[in-house]
Design a protein. Structure first.
Length: 328
């Protein structure tokens, strides 16, 4: 059933929406969160072909097929639009085609001469698989944590890729993963690929740093658009129980003490724009990922040094901690 909060017109969201925000990230001019509905809705109908294509891309990417449209003109073009290049990055693509089993989590493709890397598993949709094949296939699949493995076996069968996951996050469905990492120290998969353990969301959560420029954070830095994420706790949403990110403090420290630009995930960028991180002197004094990881095993509550009273100069803190860094 269509949600009543949709703007009248050809595109709509129905009541099966799980509020994963995929549509809002792809077509923010069309879709928005409705507090009345507790889900995404069509805030306004597309204006022009460009917005209609973005709305259609959101439709095909939706993990629960909760978006409908009376107009199928852009359906074929939208399904072939993924993987989509991420602006400001070199060879990073957004895969779209989110999976319901991963609660609509984002997945990414890194195109590199040494072999492409798929970060977390999207839905194994034929148009996406064909698009990935056209870009050179997949040599390595890096799984940030146990929740976002989705159709990893299908990509393994199609591309013969080596899958990488922390052993502490291996489950029945991932017991055959080829490379199972252990330990609390960063692991270098290649000269341009550094795995950074960030236990918290799950015991085996890890981030992937590419070229010291782009960080793929998985779910270790996560929050809601209309709620604080610094105090911890739980809440129910659309029948799902979600952990509020009480590990935000460790994640912010990771952001500040690792030499990279802004993460590619839209939700992470929103958090970094509104949460005040540690002071510049504290960021400077951090000894890097190794020291951070030692702290992350023991910290369970928000650090009082985190000021969440309003927007702050987090970019300045990052610059101070990391020196001149690129922003993606």
């Amino acid at each position: 059933m269509r949600l009543l909060q949709n703007a009248p017109g050809e595109f709509f969201v129905d009541e099966t929406c799980i509020d994963c925000a995929t549509c809002r990230n792809i077509a923010p001019s069309v879709f928005a969160y409705s507090s009345d509905a507790g889900r995404s809705v069509v805030a306004r109908q597309p204006s022009g072909d460009g917005e209609a294509l973005r709305a259609a891309m959101a439709l095909v990417a939706c993990p629960t097929s909760s978006i409908g449209s009376a107009n199928k003109v852009f359906a074929r073009e939208a399904s072939r639009a993924f993987p989509e290049p991420v602006p400001g990055t070199d060879g990073v693509y957004y895969c779209g085609f989110a999976s319901e089993s991963s609660y609509g989590a984002s997945s990414w493709l890194i195109v590199r001469p040494e072999g492409n890397v798929l970060v977390d598993s999207p839905r194994a949709a034929r148009p996406l698989i064909d698009g990935i094949a056209a870009l050179g296939g997949v040599r390595t699949m890096f799984l940030t944590h146990r929740d976002d493995v989705a159709d990893h076996e299908a990509f393994r069968r199609r591309f013969g890729c080596e899958r990488v996951l922390y052993r502490s996050d291996v489950s029945h469905g991932t017991r055959d993963v080829e490379r199972q990492l252990e330990g609390n120290d960063p692991v270098r998969l290649a000269d341009d690929l550094l795995v950074i353990p960030v236990p918290g969301h799950t015991r085996g959560s890890a981030a992937l740093l590419y070229r010291d420029q782009v960080l793929f954070t998985g779910d270790h830095l996560w929050g809601e658009e209309n709620e604080s994420t610094t105090t911890g706790g739980r809440r129910a949403r659309s029948g799902h129980t979600c952990e509020i990110a009480c590990w935000l403090e460790q994640s912010i420290l990771c952001v500040l003490t690792t030499p990279f630009g802004v993460p590619v995930e839209p939700d992470v960028n929103k958090i970094l724009a509104t949460v005040s991180g540690p002071t510049i002197p504290f960021a400077r004094s951090s000894a890097g990922p190794g020291a951070l990881l030692e702290r992350s095993l023991t910290i369970a509550v928000a650090d009082p040094r985190l000021d969440t009273s309003g927007t702050s100069g987090i970019a300045a803190a990052m610059a101070a901690a990391n020196g001149a860094g690129s922003s993606t």
